[in-house]
Design a protein around this ligand. Structure first.
Ligand SMILES: NC(=O)c1ccc[n+]([C@@H]2O[C@H](COP(=O)([O-])OP(=O)(O)OC[C@H]3O[C@@H](n4cnc5c(N)ncnc54)[C@H](O)[C@@H]3O)[C@@H](O)[C@H]2O)c1
Length: 301
């Protein structure tokens, strides 16, 4: 399949594009800059520019688009700019894809619409799944809801298969090996100070596992994925101890439902992705660190 990845030069895009190329897709990486991704042809485009986006799709004729380009971090820009930019980017890509006759578009949103970054937030239940109510606490989370509603609208009103996935905190191979993760700390720092990962409910996912999810989504029957939203997270929590043992100290807002998160269970369910398209994450944080050659000296939380 000829797949165009927007935002391919980013933290997730580099690994995801390389995985899709390894799986035999013809991958065109498109974004504001190029970074040299193995097996991927890279081009530049500003996806807020309607004409440039239309011209790129007319020239490249992709079968599918994986849309990652965004302001990708809460409070990474002024609130209004995040809301406007992420909404406009998504609508521009979806509208151009529909005009160009693209078959499928998969958009990367986020678990943040659920709202766990607000101090007043309480989950309705744990583990959290795709049916959990949305209560965003910032413009980034709100922008991801706009993106999901835009995807649903194009799924209803065009012949394209359109859907979304909500990746948990993405960790790329170089980050397992010691490079700083999105929030600036290393994986070991997040493990050694549970307060760092508690704000995101200890969620994470390996970037290569996200690549596997995207490959399965692209090749699944269209009616199994169109209009759907999927959490894409690891089976386990990014913590030395089970959440059930540490939530009272580090994430009291999770409430007593977190007592069920024993034996390393994650706060976000990935059951829907398994049931609808057969995806399972292959990495745990322990196996990914071991593969990266990083010794784990478990310290009491
Ligand atoms: N990294 C995570 O932990 C995480 C978690 C949940 C959701 N997400 C979402 O996944 C996607 C990718 O995240 P990331 O961590 O790789 O982000 P990133 O910031 O590393 O990469 C974003 C990419 O988008 C590009 N981009 C931004 N505006 C653009 C424009 N106008 N035209 C063309 N390209 C543009 C950037 O140049 C960059 O290459 C984003 O939508 C993000 O919100 C990421």
């Amino acid at each position: 399949m000829r797949v165009l990845v927007t935002g391919s030069s980013g933290r997730l895009g580099r690994s995801l594009s390389a995985v899709l190329a390894e799986k035999g897709h013809e991958v065109i990486g498109a974004g504001r800059n190029t970074v040299g991704i193995p097996g991927v042809r890279e081009v530049t485009c500003d996806f807020t520019d309607e004409q440039a986006t239309a011209d790129l799709l007319a020239a490249e004729k992709p079968d599918a688009i994986v849309h990652l380009a965004a302001i990708a971090v809460p409070f990474g820009a002024p609130e209004r700019e995040i809301l406007v930019t992420n909404s406009v980017l998504t609508h521009t890509v979806l509208a151009a894809a529909a005009d160009a006759g693209v078959d499928r578009v998969l958009c990367s949103t986020s678990p943040t619409p659920v709202g766990y970054s607000s101090p007043d937030w309480r989950p309705d239940y744990l583990p959290i799944d795709e049916a959990h109510p949305l209560r965003p606490a910032h413009a980034y989370g709100l922008s991801k809801i706009v993106m999901e509603e835009a995807a649903a609208m194009f799924a209803r009103t065009t012949d394209m298969a359109v859907g979304c996935f909500r990746p948990c905190y993405v960790i790329a191979p170089e980050e397992w090996a010691g490079a700083p993760t999105q929030q600036g700390h290393t994986v070991l720092e997040r493990l050694e100070d549970p307060a760092l990962a508690a704000v995101s409910l200890f969620n994470y996912v390996d970037a290569r596992d996200v690549g596997d999810f995207v490959d399965l989504w692209l090749t699944a029957p269209k009616d199994a994925v169109t209009g759907e939203v999927f959490f894409v997270g690891a089976d386990d929590a990014l913590a030395y101890k089970p959440i059930a043992e540490i939530w009272r100290e580090y994430a009291p807002h999770m409430g007593e439902g977190a007592d069920a998160l024993t034996e390393g269970l994650a706060a976000f369910s990935n059951d829907k992705a398994r049931e609808l398209i057969g995806w399972r994450p292959t990495y745990t944080w322990r196996s990914a660190l071991a593969e990266a050659g990083v010794a784990i000296e478990e310290v009491p939380a």
